[in-house]
Design a protein around this ligand. Structure first.
Ligand code: KG4
Ligand code: ZN
Length: 358
């Protein structure tokens, strides 16, 4: 069976082709056309510009994905139906509907958050994995943290299967305002660092690491509240005031910017780790699963690994390329839905900006 998956929920136009044969799983192609340069001048994603670019890019991305995969016969179309930017979601969905109509195929609508979680079970590009062993039952219950530019959610995942391949998700908590990645992006804009902020802040924090801390501690919002929710807009405001209170010379100092980046990154990591570990303890989780663009952060990956090791928790995080948006993760999520009969006739499928994981 060969799945063609489309992802356009934010600013990346992505198409991937995944082959499942006997018990082998292989990514035949995984094409991503990034709009980062376009949105960089606005310091964030501009939805209608993103939609226009998706419309423009999709046919060429499809051609590249099919060519790379050796033009196989497609059996199933998968597409992200939400959550995300509604105009962008509809663009991908309408494109998927066109393909399903032309090729006489069914569509599997996929939840973007679930795709970020299941990215953990993708084989490496060009490698074949035996999918029977991809998801072992003894990782459950698991607490999943999905952290990206649009989302910050803690999710309890109780199983994937029984009856075969049914998923069980419960949203334990989420951000009440900005997502963690959005916080990095906005703070980077305040400090004049460019877009997307996450990778830039991570790089600058690394060049600071280990030296004296001058700027003072930033807040760790909601860290002591006994719930699983997050809030990052206060952190952004704290950075704004800190920055404004510095002399012009200090604001331009490389050392100050590096120190701030290190402190911002650590504040976000402290909150994410503390809340995730609390959920893991409260729900007797065996595993912590990370996903989403912010999970590409080296320091976050390292500190989560150490924390899990200390507490005897299993720890899963996708390779960095599968943390940020891609369509391979949409394909594997669609595959699990297909196994439990989740195909839909394409006419009735709708995109929803606030689609909830169930
Ligand atoms: O998952 P993603 O590609 O798109 C959404 O679904 O939102 O995540 C993009 C977000 C951006 O906010 C970006 O700044 C952040 O992920 N990001 C990072 C890193 N790489 C990307 N944040 C921290 N460290 C990184 N290395
Ligand atoms: Zn995403």
């Amino acid at each position: 069976m060969i799945i063609l998956a489309i992802e356009t929920s934010c600013d990346d136009t992505c198409i991937a082709i995944l082959r499942i044969r006997n018990s082998e799983l292989k990514i035949l192609s995984n094409v991503i056309s990034s709009q980062v340069k376009l949105h960089a001048k606005y310091g964030g994603v501009y939805p209608f510009l993103a939609k226009r670019e998706h419309q423009k890019n999709l046919p060429a991305v499809l051609k590249r994905a099919l060519n790379k995969a050796g033009n196989p016969k497609i059996d199933l179309v998968a597409v992200t139906a939400g959550p995300g930017l509604e105009p962008c979601l509809w663009t991908g969905l309408n494109f998927a509907k066109g393909l399903a109509r032309d090729w006489d195929l069914s569509i599997i609508p996929v939840n973007h958050i679930e795709a970020h979680i299941l990215a953990n079970f993708l084989p490496k590009i060009s490698k074949i994995s035996n999918f029977k062993f991809l998801i072992s039952k003894n990782i459950f219950p698991a607490v999943c943290l999905v952290v990206s530019g649009g989302h910050t959610q803690l999710i309890l995942m109780e199983n994937i299967g029984r009856p075969l391949f049914t998923t069980y998700y419960k949203i334990l908590g989420e951000t009440r305002d900005d997502a963690a990645g959005e916080c990095f992006d906005k703070v980077a804009r305040i400090l004049g660092l460019g877009y997307p902020g996450g990778p830039i802040i991570s790089q600058l924090a690394k060049s600071f690491a280990g030296r004296e801390v001058v700027p003072g501690r930033l807040p760790r919002p909601m860290i002591h509240q006994r719930n699983y929710d997050f809030s990052f807009s206060g952190l952004k405001t704290a950075v704004l005031y800190h920055f404004k209170n510095q002399s012009l010379q200090m604001r331009k100092s490389k050392k100050y910017i590096q120190q701030m980046c290190n402190e911002i990154q650590q504040a976000v990591i402290d909150v994410l780790i503390c809340k995730t570990l609390r959920a893991a303890r409260d729900y007797n989780a065996k595993t912590i699963i990370l996903g989403g663009g912010v999970a590409a952060n080296n320091e976050l990956r390292k500190q989560f690994k150490e924390a899990c090791l200390k507490r005897n928790l299993k720890y899963l995080v996708p390779p960095k390329d599968f943390c940020t948006d891609n369509a391979a993760m949409v394909a594997i999520a669609a595959y699990y839905h297909w196994l439990r009969g989740g195909t839909k006739n394409w006419q009735g499928i709708e995109a929803k900006a606030n689609l909830r994981l169930k």
